[in-house]
Ligand binder design. Structure first.
Ligand code: CMC
Length: 427
């Protein structure tokens, strides 16, 4: 592969460096494009544009490969745990036992959320969507933690990471407690992070609560699978907001809002609602496949397709197996699981889906597991956000430490040329 690319505009040739990534991905570096040619590139949805160089996550959508810091997702899901993977993503290496214990203890220093935050929660209507509340509460944490993090100071940066990991989990579960009308719960610093998630959600002051270890283990795995996914919509949002030197909580809050959309993390809620609708309408998977193929029908098969995976999403493979195991272990016989399997089978044999390389994605089976765990549908995307948090933090940190410039794309203006102002009485 040549190390330069040649571009010809109006008969004039320009040379641009070609950059090769660790896994031989090829990129044309157009940093000097506008300066030397006066032209820009146009790439709606950034389908062909790399926004940064990153050491965090490698993804090969054609081969269905996902690795965090060089480690295969399959191995991490099988052998690691969520806090260890969070450390790996954020700090670059697997922690020693002492480092991991310190990380967990340091997160515990920040698991108390300012009581005044409860006044903000009280202001939300009871039926507010948890993701809307979560975005607002995360943003509100900026007001309660106004001191700017000096990213050049390792200790300040480390503390900011631990604070985000501690407080975000608590407020994420408070969105559910608000919806249910339950009293807000506190983190128990004698228990593990994922076990605390279950306690924060479901423990009531009226009686003892012991999370089911099978559920805790499965959740831990699900969080690992969601922990990072390179420059996806919410992560790019976190990086671009942070590139203005907005704080970590403000950047994460923007990430939560981006994740909420049904084309991104909101798809897990949409999948379950779709499966329930199919079930309510007699379980006819073929009818919904036909709807998804009909260009006059806005319906899409939720949980299918991905911007980068043109092969099986490796996370979906792991989650499909976990769904079978968890439902069997919990003794849950959920008819939507068989509808999901029927739908998957029908879609994978269908020419429309085959031609477009549309495979089940991470969201296709995760909701079925969440439902078996007793988690309400509206909370599904909140769980995605908890899982994605270390990825957002890692990417924000990398962007700041690499001193990336403020994110500010250009555009091709297609509006009216200059025209004279027309007074109101003459319009
Ligand atoms: N059902 C039916 N047709 C689809 C679907 C689908 N789920 N996804 C894509 N297509 C078709 C689309 O209509 C288009 O067809 P044509 O070439 O004839 O116009 C073609 O496939 C390419 O689709 P696209 O929208 O150009 O692809 P994209 O890369 O812009 O979109 C996507 C990717 C994930 C937004 C899309 O596949 C989708 O809307 N899927 C459903 C929502 C979903 O499950 N989202 C979760 C993504 S994974 C979690 C995450 O990381 O966010």
């Amino acid at each position: 592969m040549s190390n330069t690319a040649i571009l010809e505009i109006d008969g004039k040739k320009y040379e641009f460096p070609v950059i090769i990534g660790t896994e031989n991905e090829v990129a044309i570096d157009i940093d000097k494009l506008r300066g030397t040619t006066g032209a820009i590139t146009l790439d709606p949805g950034f389908k062909n544009s790399g926004s940064c160089k990153s050491d965090i996550t490698f993804l090969d959508g054609e081969k269905g490969i996902l690795r965090y810091r060089g480690y295969a997702i399959e191995e991490l899901a099988e052998q690691s745990n969520f806090l260890e993977v969070s450390y790996l993503l954020i700090f670059g290496e697997l922690p020693t036992q002492a480092q991991l214990e310190k990380f967990e203890n340091d997160i515990r220093k920040y698991t108390l959320v300012n009581e005044e935050m409860k006044n903000i929660i009280d202001g939300f209507p009871k039926n507010a969507h948890p993701m809307g509340i979560l975005a607002s509460l995360t943003s509100a944490l900026t007001a309660f933690n106004p001191q700017q993090v000096n990213v050049g100071d390792d200790k300040q940066l480390y503390d900011a990471v631990c604070k985000a990991m501690g407080k975000f989990l608590v407020i994420a579960t408070w969105t559910f407690r608000k919806n249910m009308g339950y009293p807000l719960n506190y983190y128990d610093n004698t228990k593990g992070y994922v076990e605390n998630f279950m306690r924060l959600m479901f423990e009531l002051p009226t009686g003892p609560y012991k999370p089911n270890p099978t559920v805790v283990e499965a959740l831990d795995k699900l969080f690992i699978l969601h922990a990072d996914h390179e420059q996806n919509c919410s992560t790019s949002t976190v990086r671009i907001v942070g590139s203005s030197h907005a704080g970590l909580f403000a950047s994460i809050s923007a990430g939560v809002s981006a994740l909420w959309g049904p084309l991104h993390g909101g798809a897990n809620q949409a999948v379950l609602e779709m499966l329930e609708e199919i079930q309510a309408n007699g379980g006819d998977a073929e009818k919904y496949i036909a709807k998804a193929k009909d260009k006059d029908d806005p319906f899409r098969l939720m949980g299918f397709g991905h911007r980068v995976y043109k092969n099986f999403d490796p996370r979906a493979k792991i989650i499909k197996k976990a769904a079978d195991d968890v439902l069997a272990e919990l003794g849950v016989d959920d008819p939507v699981l068989s509808i999901a399997k029927k739908l998957e089978e029908a879609a994978l044999q269908d020419d429309y889906f085959k031609a477009r390389n549309l495979y089940p994605n991470v969201d296709f089976y995760s909701g079925i597991i969440y439902r078996a765990m007793g988690i309400p549908t509206e909370m599904f995307t909140v769980l995605f956000a908890i899982g994605r948090l270390p990825g957002w933090i890692a990417q924000w940190k990398e962007m700041r430490l690499n001193k990336e410039p403020i994110g500010r794309p250009r555009q091709v203006y297609t509006g009216s040329p200059l025209r004279p102002f027309v007074k109101q009485d003459q319009r």
